[in-house]
Design a protein around this ligand. Sequence first.
Ligand code: CU
Length: 163
Amino acid sequence: MRPIAFFFTAAFALAVSAAAAGDYKAGSLDISDPWSRATPKGASVAAGYMKIKNNGPTPDRLISGSSEVAPKFEVHEMRMENGVAKMRQVTGGLEIKPGETVELKPGSLHAMFVGLKKQLSAGDHFKATLVFEKAGPVSVEYDVRAMGATPSGTMPGMKGHEH
Ligand SMILES: [Cu+2]
């Protein structure tokens, strides 16, 4: 094979695997792009983001989870109250209605890894299990990205975030 042809073939293969990485299927759920953010020194929590789409006819719920980076997994939502961003645990499971996509993203819903065993750096990967009421447990891998990796940048609720 000529070097140039090889280059294009390799680049194409890489693009295909990059698109496929980080997408998971479980029952009627599509889980895409689980990612987390690098943590500042001494942080005790890290956030997890992803999109969950429900292709089925019945609702499902994210009821619990676990990860290899922290002993506790929680689902939180962030809300503005009197101009202050506040973090609250979602109890009773995070519902994903039929045909809907729930996005866990900075400044909004997120998974919270509580009691970090080590700081997360950009480029790290870690394993986690998401547990859904109907789809059951799903193993995923979180991609750690740089601290300012999103439009919303710093997490406004970080201060009130010590558990
Ligand atoms: Cu949180």
